[in-house]
Ligand binder design. Structure first.
Ligand code: MF3
Ligand code: CO
Ligand code: CO
Length: 267
């Protein structure tokens, strides 16, 4: 089948849904408070998505029971919202995927709840920068492997590890399509990027080993095997001749972290 190339109209539809998902994620960032349950985050995402005339893609996706993924501390991804209360010092990834007029937009961020430990801040800021460095590789003619290589090199230089078992993905009229976007690998390997491709980059970064395990009871929650913290950021991108567009870029900074971020990594 190969990798789908979006035409001008399809790319515009991807911009529209990308902005919707970005705005919903921004609303989450503005609402998070210690003492909230992850079910309350789910309700916020569900209602905000519907209010925009969109649908939450996770709900009933391969049996997923909720409208958003909420992944706390050692949970790497696919955490299921429920009665769990978010506490001061936690880090939580919230992963929003919206469907509008048949197109998907997928974006996530890791948020600080109250004051993070130095370790929590480190893994989160490494993940944030890893996504930026991956995005910077995206232009027509570059290789898919250039993205993974840039991310892996940086993450490992900061003493963290890149999860292997989950990858970024093509996206469009389906949630997950070709290609797989690995967050590790070799420069110059894999498919060449072409203008009109749309895919996510979503590195999961662990403070310890990259080994992960899926909860045998709920069959969804992914945790680090060693119990170490894990952080993730995700954007949906469009490849252009000159470079890329970040289709899920946010119209405002995430209030609880993005200003401190750049300073931290420079130190
Ligand atoms: N949003 C996730 C991704 O980035 C996928 C979640 S699948 C779900 O690919 F079923 F858990 F929602
Ligand atoms: Co994704
Ligand atoms: Co996602």
């Amino acid at each position: 089948m190969g990798i789908d190339i979006k035409n001008v109209k399809e790319a515009e539809a991807m911009r529209v849904v990308g902005l919707m998902a970005a705005e919903t994620l921004l609303a989450v960032g503005n609402a998070l408070r210690p003492g909230m349950t992850t079910d309350e985050i789910n309700t916020l995402v569900h209602e905000d998505t519907i209010r925009r005339g969109a649908r939450p893609a996770p709900l009933n996706y391969r049996g997923f029971p909720k409208s958003v993924c909420t992944s706390i501390n050692d949970v790497v991804c696919h955490g299921i919202p429920g009665a769990e209360v978010i506490q001061n010092g936690d880090i939580i990834n919230v992963d929003v995927t919206s469907i509008y007029q048949g197109f998907y937009g997928d974006t996530s961020a890791t948020f600080y709840i109250g004051t993070p430990s130095p370790e929590a801040r480190h893994v989160t800021e490494v993940a944030r920068r890893a996504l930026e460095l991956g995005i910077a590789e995206v232009r027509e003619g570059a290789f898919l492997g250039d993205i993974g290589a840039a991310i892996q090199q940086f993450v490992e230089s900061k003493g963290c590890s890149v999860v292997r078992d989950f990858v970024g993905h093509g996206i469009g009229r389906r949630f997950h399509e070709e290609p797989q976007v690995k967050h590790y690998g070799k420069r110059g390997s894999g498919e060449r990027l072409r203008a009109g491709m749309t895919f996510t980059i979503e590195p999961m970064v662990n403070l310890g080993s990259y080994a992960v395990t899926i909860d045998p009871t709920d069959k969804w929650t992914v945790r680090t095997v060693d119990g170490s913290l894990s952080a993730q950021f995700e954007h949906t991108l469009l490849v252009t001749k000159k470079g890329h567009e970040v289709l899920t870029s946010r119209p405002a900074a995430l209030n609880n972290s993005e200003t401190a971020a750049a300073l931290y990594l420079m130190a």
